[in-house]
Ligand binder design. Structure first.
Ligand code: MET
Ligand SMILES: [Zn+2]
Length: 780
């Protein structure tokens, strides 16, 4: 490294990796299939990285000085850190030792598993819908620096005339997100190995310095989370220890360090972060704030003497055009207090799509309110120019945004009086149902047996279903033909369930492309994109809908399908809806009013849908809330308010149902102890929940809690094609029945079956029904 070179005053924390047209997805999947070689895949990746760098420079990030992040990943940034750290779990040692195994082979084996290895577990990255591969660490997991791909990125960029800033998950966050491997000793915690990991990070940094990198970015979002295994105060102490050590290396042996704290509020830590021996610190000023008093008193400026502050004032989580005047005010006030300010994003832009200008079908007016990744980079560049040249230099841009925001505030559909009046009229009574006892009595007429068997909603989405949908979308078949196809599909699924002997049936959700988008397309207030893909994990991406206006339901959305399914059978068919919290969590939601207000609007639309379902003869309605846990704020102080509105919106959606209507909900994650009171608060008659992989861990807290309503801990792990045997499922039901009374228990899979094939589905469900039968006849 040469003498210190400050970070230019514009940067972003990272950029989407799959490519504007998901080129990387296609290249990787064709490599997996064996249709292309590793060489071809590496070449596509190299081209994508080059295109990203040029694009970022074109959009206004300086090519020199480390403003351009090198944030490419073949699959996942946490997995990248596992490889860089050489922390290959013992159970994959044979893969790594295999003759001719490349780094990429090992990488994909960890991500996806193979016939002899279960893949690394996946779980959600902080409060996003992105999933990372969970590192498995024990006392003997090897740590050995592997800087190859980091160094290669720097060299590639240099050839292009770009001086990049390699990005890596920092050691504290990495270890706090890791789990102890099955081989770990009693009480071992991955974070116990922090000092060893830091030593390896120091080697990585030294390799980067030798390769000519002037900056490196280490991400430590653990700093803003109260949901990790150590209290936040202790995380900060661990960060001080790690960066005290990393920063102490002689200047020639490391790049300058940018330490980031994205996804939440770091205001309580910022003074201490500013005092660390690193050259720059980032704070998320969208989700978080500044320590106001310290800012006003000059204490913040003193802590940041000699340290640049990357002010994350452009939101990297949503797709709205930033209020530039307000963001500029924040950045300028920091600069005026004497701090060396860099304008940045609140987090890596991996959570937003590439470019609004790719959308050809969106309403032009709506489009003018939006900013995807490329537009965010431009916003950062504008703000930075304002800092360098004074606000007059960017007044035209600020005024343009003022105009756009005013237009958005007054546009038709954004505020609809009828919708607003209805929400304001909501009272507590609208959020409560008859008492639990009255409901139980009323629902006994349904004749549901104990250990009732059911599924979570979707049946396999076969190629034929996808083809028919695509043909319909392209206009190749008409509405009538498509509806006819779906009716046949529903009839097939109903007959199949009757044959298997399930107690409560579903229609199978063949008509739904996606459990949120389906509703977004039918509700007013939403728009859907053509190219707005966002990586969910690995090569998978979703296309979140845009919730831009007041939400209402112009017509029933699911009634025809559910009623048709019910008309085919004497057994009960569950109606199937997606809940308000999940609809919000998996969409890009308007940022001009509290989420609670938006959730209530969605809830009222669902409430009407439930009314109509019941009117049409449906007696059980399931309202899925798989994202309830995901939206839980990282910051403990903000959790009670969140739980209050999220639970409240679910109750508003479901409380119109009379006592004899049975309301189900479905949650699919197993770490649920944290929100057990909230789940209780949903007041659903029956809750199905993921449990198979953790071998019924959830029944313990439920039992302790004295949970009194229906509960269906999953006995069939639908994440794998494996068929669980009758014995295996019997055993899981027995474990559940040992803690929860049989008449409360339901028997069901962990989640929907849409990603499964029919062969394994039929076998697994047949075994599930037999297992329930066995337990009914035996123990219970
Ligand atoms: C991610 S939860 C999925 C629930 C939905 N009803 C399904 O079965 O597919
Ligand atoms: Zn689920």
């Amino acid at each position: 490294m040469s003498a210190t070179t400050p970070l230019p005053n514009a940067t972003i924390l990272g950029y989407p990796r799959l490519g504007r047209r998901r080129e990387l997805k296609r290249a990787i999947e064709s490599y997996w299939k064996g249709s292309t070689s590793e060489g071809e895949l590496l070449e596509t990746a190299r081209e994508l990285r080059a295109a990203t760098r040029s694009r970022l420079v074109e959009l206004g990030l300086p090519a020199a000085g480390g403003a351009v992040p090198e944030s490419f990943s073949f699959y996942d940034q946490v997995l990248d850190a596992t490889l860089a750290l050489g922390a290959i779990p013992g159970r994959f040692a044979d893969v790594a030792a295999r003759e001719g195994a490349s780094d990429l082979d090992v990488y994909f084996a960890l991500a996806r598993g193979d016939k002899d290895h279960q893949p690394l577990e996946m779980t959600k990255w902080f409060d996003t819908n992105y999933h990372y591969s969970v590192p498995e660490i024990d006392e003997r997991t090897p740590f050995a620096a592997n800087a190859a791909s980091l160094v290669a990125g720097v060299a590639e960029a240099a050839q292009q005339g770009v001086e990049p800033r390699p990005v890596l998950v920092g050691p504290v966050t990495y270890l706090l997100l890791a789990k102890a491997s099955d081989d770990a000793g009693e009480g071992f915690r991955p974070i116990d190995r922090l000092d060893e990991a830091v030593a390896v990070y120091a080697e990585l940094l030294s390799a980067l310095a030798a390769a000519g990198a002037s900056w490196v970015q280490l991400d430590e979002p653990a700093l803003v989370s109260d949901s990790l295994s150590v209290p936040r105060e202790q995380t900060l102490a661990l960060v001080e220890r790690a960066y005290g050590a990393l920063g102490a290396a002689p200047a020639a042996q490391r790049p300058q360090i940018l330490l980031t704290a994205p996804y939440g509020d770091s205001s309580g830590a910022l003074l201490r972060l500013g005092a660390l021996p690193v050259e720059a610190v980032q704070a998320d000023l969208v989700r978080g704030t500044l320590p106001i008093e310290a800012h006003d008193s000059g204490e913040l400026a003193r802590a940041f003497e000699g340290t640049q502050l990357v002010a994350g004032v452009v939101d990297g989580r949503n797709i709205w055009r930033t209020d530039l005047r307000q963001s500029f005010g924040t950045a300028e006030a920091l600069q005026r207090s004497g701090i060396a300010v860099v304008v940045g994003t609140s987090n890596n832009l991996q959570h937003v799509p590439h470019d609004v200008n790719d959308e050809t079908k969106l309403d032009e007016r709506l489009k003018s309110w939006l900013a995807f990744a490329d537009q965010k980079v431009e916003q950062v560049a504008i703000l930075a120019r304002g800092l360098s040249e004074g606000s007059a230099a960017i007044e035209a841009e600020l005024a343009e945004v003022d105009r756009v925001l005013a237009d958005r505030a007054s546009a038709p559909g954004v505020r609809v009086d009828g919708v607003r009046d209805r929400v304001s009229a909501v009272g507590e009574a609208d959020r409560s149902r008859a008492s639990e006892g009255d409901r139980r009595d009323a629902q006994s007429a349904l004749g549901i047996p104990s250990l009732a068997t059911t599924t979570i909603g979707s049946f396999p989405q076969t190629t034929e279903i996808r083809k028919a949908r695509a043909a319909f979308t392209r206009g190749e078949i008409d509405q009538e033909a498509y509806d006819g196809f779906l009716r046949e599909e529903i009839e097939r699924v109903i007959r199949l369930q009757e044959q298997i002997g399930l107690d409560v049936l579903v229609h199978g959700e063949a008509e739904r492309n996606d459990m949120v988008q389906y509703f977004a397309e039918l509700l007013d207030g939403f728009a859907v994109t053509e190219h707005g893909w966002v990586q969910s994990y690995g090569t998978r991406a979703t296309r979140p809908s845009i919730l831009w206006g007041d939400v209402s339901r112009p017509a029933p959305m699911t009634v025809a399908w559910s009623a048709y399914a019910q008309s085919l059978t004497d057994r009960l068919v569950k109606g199937m809806l997606t809940g308000p919290v999940t609809i919000l969590a998996w969409s890009f939601v308007r940022d001009d009013q509290p989420l609670a207000d938006t959730a209530n609007q969605v809830a009222l639309a669902l409430r009407d849908e439930i009314d109509d379902l019941v009117e049409a003869g449906i007696k059980i309605v399931q309202v899925d809330e798989p994202a309830l846990r995901e939206l839980l704020p990282l910051d403990a102080d903000r959790q009670p308010a969140y739980l209050d509105w999220s639970v409240g919106s679910f109750r508003l959606a479901t409380s119109g149902a009379a006592a004899e209507v049975q309301i189900h909900t479905h949650l699919c994650y197993s770490e649920f102890g944290e929100i057990i009171d909230a789940v209780d608060g949903l007041d659903a008659d029956v809750t199905s929940i993921e449990a198979a992989r953790s071998r019924m861990d959830v029944v313990e807290p439920l039992g302790d809690h004295g949970y009194s309503r229906g509960i269906g801990p999953g006995v069939y792990d639908i994440h794998s094609p494996r068929v669980p045997s009758v014995e295996e499922q019997t055993e899981l039901i027995r474990i559940a029945a040992s803690r929860i009374p049989g008449e409360q228990l339901w028997v069901n899979p962990d989640c929907g079956l849409k990603t499964r094939g029919y062969g394994e589905t039929v076998e697994s469900l047949t075994n599930l029904v037999r297992a329930a039968q066995a337990v009914r006849e035996g123990a219970v």
